[in-house]
Design a protein around this ligand. Structure first.
Ligand code: HEC
Ligand code: HEC
Ligand code: HEC
Ligand code: HEC
Ligand code: HEC
Length: 398
């Protein structure tokens, strides 16, 4: 005898269970699943069902052993290593060739270059758009926030986490420009970088690690971040530290962005040794650079570096080079000051007028003894200059 009511009851139970399972399944369905379906149909459309059947399914990940890091970006970004998908929308596009030529994804993953949160499989988390995540995806949005002309410029600071000791990195023009400016402007006269340089300003070797809270943003008009502060400070050091002797080098926005990207990259990294380039992992100066720096800091003109005169003045015969050249070359002051001010150099140094009155009363107060020392040194610099001139003119009297 059939008990229809029992069967009905059982059927209803099964149905309820089925609904529960379906809901749970949908909830547990990972964030990449819809993208994988879409990718599959995209491949089928373009390359036929055979290739589509070979599209991998489920969680995709690149395990970076030495770094104890796992990058799951390819769970959604399935076309990265495919050919012929340059024109499809993200996240399916073939990756641009150049960056991967030297950094195959099996070895390097994605996040060392792009930032973001490698192990996450949901979109906002993976791209690092979450609070307190320090390595957001360095994407077009972030570059736009800082008004970079190149929409992907921000990426380049991560290149320099590994390529710190390379002078030039192909594919990282901002970093190259920043490094060139740091060399040309003589930042090392005042700052230690990688263990060498002067001590007038703070050591910059790990300046990229400073906590954002350590800076004062009250005067900042751009974004209140470490990076925003660096750009603003480089363009106008005095407005952030009114007493600073750090010169205003007249950097334009792109110069300041380039240097700030380099500064941001100067920090400890968790990159394992096998992923660091084979370049010598030290900052080795060329012999000319080493000599130039030595002369600036230890040579007979070091007084003018220590006091900060070289911010505005060359003292050419002593090998002191000013990046700004706001004032005249002091090697000629002995003969030039009388012409310019109608009195002797020692008188001028004791009772300066014009710019130097302001400089010596506010910016660089010198004692009487120091002014005398400056005078004696400038006499020597002038004699040396004349001797060099004489030698150049073949010993002819002038
Ligand atoms: C859940 C799927 C998903 C995951 C996981 C994912 N992405 Fe994306 N990604 C997308 C989608 C969708 C887009 C295109 C829409 C957009 O830009 O928001 C995108 C866009 C991008 C872009 C271009 C953005 C721009 O505007 O410059 C980059 C770069 C990128 N992803 C890198 C990564 C990296 C690196 C990871 C791993 C840390 C990652 N993605 C993980 C789905 C994903
Ligand atoms: C060696 C560093 C490096 C690695 C490793 C790397 N990328 Fe890239 N990626 C770049 C650079 C540089 C660009 C921009 C290239 C260009 O536009 O010429 C780029 C571009 C992209 C774009 C397009 C961004 C846009 O807005 O147009 C996406 C998406 C992307 N990468 C995702 C990934 C994913 C996913 C991985 C890991 C499987 C990865 N990348 C690995 C350096 C890298
Ligand atoms: C995780 C560390 C790492 C990151 C990040 C990285 N590189 Fe590299 N790069 C390397 C290593 C290691 C090599 C040497 C590859 C090899 O031959 O083993 C290399 C090689 C290169 C080369 C070939 C020439 C040379 O110096 O050997 C270029 C060019 C280059 N990288 C540019 C870039 C650019 C541009 C970026 C940023 C988009 C970048 N790299 C990001 C580690 C890195
Ligand atoms: C004449 C000496 C002098 C020169 C040259 C100089 N600086 Fe400075 N710099 C200072 C002093 C002093 C400070 C500390 C006061 C301040 O914040 O301005 C400083 C501060 C800084 C800071 C902030 C450091 C921190 O710990 O917060 C950065 C970054 C910096 N300088 C970068 C540079 C760069 C890049 C150059 C070359 C383009 C340069 N400096 C050239 C003297 C100098
Ligand atoms: C902020 C920039 C600045 C600094 C720093 C500076 N000077 Fe000057 N200095 C000038 C300018 C500009 C002149 C040109 C005269 C004028 O415009 O008043 C000048 C002129 C001079 C002259 C006259 C030279 C001549 O050929 O007529 C002497 C000497 C001099 N400075 C010495 C020094 C000494 C010594 C120091 C360091 C203690 C120093 N200056 C620091 C800007 C500076």
């Amino acid at each position: 005898m059939f008990r229809y009511d029992r069967i009905l009851l059982a059927a209803a139970g099964l149905l309820a269970l089925g609904i529960c399972v379906a809901v749970a399944w949908e909830d547990a369905r990972p964030g990449y699943a819809p993208y994988q379906e879409e990718f599959k149909s995209l491949v089928e459309e373009r390359f036929g069902p055979e290739r589509a059947a070979a599209v991998p399914a489920g969680l995709q990940q690149i395990w970076l052993e030495g770094a104890e890091r796992v990058d799951r970006c390819t769970s959604c970004h399935m076309g990265v290593t495919w050919q012929g998908l340059d024109d499809v929308p993200q996240p399916f596009t073939s990756h641009p060739k150049a960056p991967l030529a030297h950094h195959p994804v099996e070895r390097f993953g994605c996040t060392f270059c792009h930032g973001g949160q490698g192990y996450a499989t949901e979109l906002p988390a993976a791209h690092g758009w979450v609070e307190h995540w320090e390595e957001p995806l360095l994407d077009r949005h972030l570059s736009a926030d800082y008004r970079f002309r190149d929409p992907l410029a921000f990426l380049q600071f991560r290149c320099n986490l590994c390529h710190r000791f390379d002078r030039e990195i192909e594919g990282a023009p901002y970093i190259n420009r920043g490094k060139r400016l740091i060399e040309q402007k003589g930042c090392r006269a005042c700052h230690v970088i990688n263990g060498r340089g002067g001590a007038i300003g703070p050591d910059l070797t790990r300046v990229g690690e400073k906590e954002p809270e350590q800076y004062d943003y009250s005067r900042l008009t751009s974004l209140p971040t470490l990076f925003g502060w660096q750009i603003a400070h480089l363009q106008n050091p005095k407005s952030y530290s009114p007493e600073t002797v750090m010169p205003d080098f007249g950097f334009n926005t792109e110069d300041a962005q380039a240097i700030a990207l380099v500064l941001l990259s100067w920090r400890d990294t968790d990159v394992p040794a096998e992923l660091l380039p084979g370049a010598i992992l030290r900052d080795v100066p060329t012999p000319e650079e080493a000599e130039r720096e030595r002369v600036m800091r230890e040579g007979e003109g070091r007084f003018f570096v220590e006091k900060g005169c070289f911010i505005c003045h060359d003292v050419s015969s002593f090998g002191i080079v000013s990046a700004t050249k706001i004032g005249p070359d002091l090697a000629l002051a002995v003969e030039d000051a009388p012409r310019r001010f109608g009195r002797t150099l020692d008188d001028f140094l004791m009772h300066p007028s014009g710019t130097m009155e302001v400089v010596l009363s506010k910016q660089i107060p010198l004692t009487e003894d120091e002014r005398r020392e400056a005078f004696e040194l400038l006499k020597k610099a002038y004699e040396k200059h004349m001797k060099e001139q004489g030698a150049q003119d073949g010993g002819k009297p002038r």
